[in-house]
Design a protein around this ligand. Structure first.
Ligand SMILES: Nc1nc(=O)c2c([nH]1)NC[C@@H]1CN(c3ccc(C(=O)N[C@@H](CCC(=O)O)C(=O)O)cc3)C=[N+]21
Length: 287
């Protein structure tokens, strides 16, 4: 079998169109959705991600403000900035670029963000809501995996899904998203005894290990769906996923590539969270 490729760029364009329409409706009501991004230090990847969010915001008609802090910023100063943004009714989403400088405790920062403005879905309350299935803000990358599957017409209920990777940003939250959609979910990780055997049992394989080339063709059952959520630096500085795409595509029925798959939708879903947060904040104010 030769797999069809999921067109993440096309799905991202759909998502952006939906977001733009919603932004237009909000603007008619005099509401200007806004995302605040905090960048402490000069991690090069974070600088690039922050810039690309700024561009995406402009394209969607969402206001954007970048707060850059020096690498030696005291934890108390970062927390004070978050407090100020929490209290600012004109700011609907707050995200802090990771990694943080070493003098700043990541957990304290995540807990400081108002849960309804936590568009990265890192606050413990949002993590808890995700576990229990209550409405809350879900991290964009695992959400992107689910959107790609659902918008490709893949039914998740009753499906055997194997997630490869148990990280806090993708694998673990994805487990709960899939469970909520009634999939039978297995999470594999570095201590899994026979990864190939586990993966071959799956109707859907989602790679989120952060290890280039980990998922080979022999791990894929004939006709399975493969979603690659890996982001790794390739030999010539290009981005590659966790899946050996060409060989996996010989077995799979449908495959999501890197780039042009999960990553293509990630930024749009972050901004969808800004709109969701805005709605949840409004809901609170009117209660
Ligand atoms: N401090 C920090 N901030 C982030 O915003 C951040 C992060 N760390 N760590 C990783 C995740 C993931 N993420 C992506 C955003 C856009 C694409 C994207 O646009 N990808 C396109 C283009 C990729 C290319 O340039 O070829 C694609 O996959 O088709 C991917 C991934 C941001 N993140």
């Amino acid at each position: 079998m030769t797999a069809q490729y999921i067109d993440g760029k096309a799905i991202a364009a759909q998502l952006r169109a939906e977001i733009k329409a919603e932004v237009a409706g909000l603007r008619e009501q005099g509401i200007a959705p806004k995302l605040a991004v905090i960048l402490a230090g000069d991690d090069p990847a974070s600088v690039v991600y922050a810039r690309s969010k700024e561009k995406a915001a402009a394209n969607l008609g969402i206001a954007f403000e970048l707060f850059t802090l020096p690498g030696d910023t005291a934890e108390a100063d970062l927390l004070a900035l978050i407090e100020r943004l929490n209290a600012d009714a004109a700011v609907h989403g707050i995200m802090v670029e990771l990694p943080l400088p070493k003098q700043i405790a990541k957990e304290k920062v995540m807990e400081a963000i108002h849960p309804l403005k936590d568009v990265d879905g890192v606050h413990p309350l949002n993590r808890g809501y995700l576990m229990s299935g209550q409405p809350g803000l879900v991290p964009a990358t695992p959400m992107s995996c689910v959107e790609l599957l659902e918008r490709s017409g893949i039914e998740l209920a009753g499906k055997r899904v194997v997630i490869i990777g148990r990280g806090e940003t993708v694998g673990k939250p994805l487990f709960f998203l899939l469970l909520r959609r009634n999939a039978t979910v297995t999470v594999c990780h570095t201590r899994t005894k026979d990864l190939a055997a586990e993966a071959r049992r799956a109707e859907i394989v989602i790679a989120a290990a952060g290890k280039a080339g980990l998922v080979t063709g022999e791990m894929i059952a004939p006709g399975a769906v493969v979603i690659d959520a890996g982001i790794n630096e390739g030999e010539d500085g290009n981005i590659v996923g966790d899946v050996k795409t060409a060989e996996a595509a010989e077995k799979a029925s449908l495959i999501s590539p890197v780039p042009g798959g999960v990553g293509a939708c990630t930024t749009a879903l972050l901004f969808r969270n800004v709109l969701l947060g805005l709605k949840l904040q409004g809901g609170m104010a009117h209660e």
